[in-house]
Write a protein that binds this ligand. Structure first.
Ligand code: SAH
Length: 348
């Protein structure tokens, strides 16, 4: 028997082809996706404008969601962390952060992570595997059940999206396709540690999502220590790629994420180095006080230090914000996603 795959892996074109081989007109594909992405109907049986025979055919070829919610934890600030158990037992997490205006969904692109950044809990898991397109989209459908709430989506959960580019790029097509979730690419942010050739590919493919770079240092020596990937793609190469590819083609600024770590990357001298490294016209900087992570000896910078660091950058003409993390009480903040909730508590 042929194994069923998730219909969420398919683009409209691909589903139209499948529908044709099943002897139905092409517009059935649009109807099916309308049920899934607009009406959030995940059971083919409930797709009442399709014939019963065709619904049966669909159900024998496909399933919709890849997993159910294994655990759901709510923070005092209203953020919700979802844990999902993959079919091969890996755990991934997604965070929903509500707000008056646009909510934010933080989704994972890999199960575990291969990068080994010294300050990040996900790094301690090592890499398990890349997520499929349907596993990426399933996270969105589970954590964004209220279709009326407007949403920003950030690839800032577990994993490095540009080490799973094929599936991440395809999932962006589904998120932005009128036939899919129909979200604006302006509302999607891809965060990367700086996988240079894949940033080039993203631009060449014309994917107009916002780009965030996890920078965290102003020189190679410090960055090598914090983020081993810097040995492969050092700052000079990364900055060259951004000015050759990204700054020239984009109207929107690149966001540089900078974790503030006490006595490691938070001196006045470092802030001055940053003003030389970055281009103020094309950049905005987010300073993030380090979130505590088990098994690292790093501490967050004091708030006076962060303010002094910010002042040097803003006096030099940079747009710079201090970003307060959310959900740290349930280990849902940046760098804290490690599937702990499922190790500690019962599954639902
Ligand atoms: N691999 C991607 C996306 C995942 S990390 C990337 O590197 O961008 C998402 C964000 O969380 C990054 O900006 C990263 O620098 C930040 N982060 C990781 N660990 C953190 C910690 N302990 N405290 C605060 N931010 C952290």
């Amino acid at each position: 028997m042929k194994l069923k795959q998730s219909i969420l892996n398919l683009t409209l074109n691909e589903l139209q082809q499948w529908v044709a081989t099943a002897g139905e007109p092409a517009f059935r594909a649009t109807q099916i996706f309308d049920w899934i992405y607009d009406k959030r109907m995940y059971d083919f049986d409930g797709m009442t404008n399709l014939s019963i025979g065709f619904r049966k055919k669909l159900a024998s070829a496909f399933h919709v969601l890849d997993f159910s919610v294994s655990n759901r934890q709510e923070s005092v600030d209203g953020s919700v962390k979802y844990a999902f158990r993959l079919q091969d037992d890996g755990i991934i997490e997604t965070v929903h952060m509500p707000s008056d205006n646009y909510d934010t969904l933080c989704i994972s692109s890999q199960s575990g992570c291969a990068l080994g950044c010294r300050f990040c809990a996900t790094a301690q898991l090592g890499i398990h595997r890349n997520l499929t397109v349907s596993e990426i989209i399933s996270q969105v459908l589970h954590s964004h059940s209220d279709v009326n709430r407007r949403c920003n989506l950030v690839f800032m959960g577990m994993g490095e999206p540009l080490l799973n580019s094929e599936n991440v790029f395809r999932s962006i097509d589904i998120m932005t396709g009128k036939w899919g979730l129909g979200w604006s690419s302006r509302r999607i942010t891809l965060s990367t540690c700086g996988i240079v050739p894949e940033i080039e590919r993203l631009v060449e493919k014309g994917l107009d999502v916002n780009l965030a770079i996890s920078l965290n240092a102003a020189d190679d020596k410090t960055r090598n220590r914090l983020m081993p990937i810097n040995r492969k793609y050092p700052l000079k190469l990364l900055m060259q790629c951004l000015s050759d590819y990204v700054f020239k083609t984009r109207k929107t600024r690149v966001t540089f994420e900078y974790i503030m770590i006490k006595n490691i990357n938070d001196s006045d001298e470092t802030a001055k180095k940053l003003t030389k490294l970055l281009n103020k016209t094309h950049s905005k900087i987010n300073l993030i006080p380090l979130n505590p992570v088990k098994a690292t000896r790093y501490n967050p910078s004091d708030s006076e230090r962060i303010l002094a660091f910010q002042k040097i950058l803003s006096d030099a003409g940079f747009l710079v914000r201090i970003r307060q993390s959310r959900g740290s009480d349930i280990l849902a903040a940046c760098g804290q996603l490690a599937g702990d909730s499922l190790n500690k508590s019962e599954e639902i």
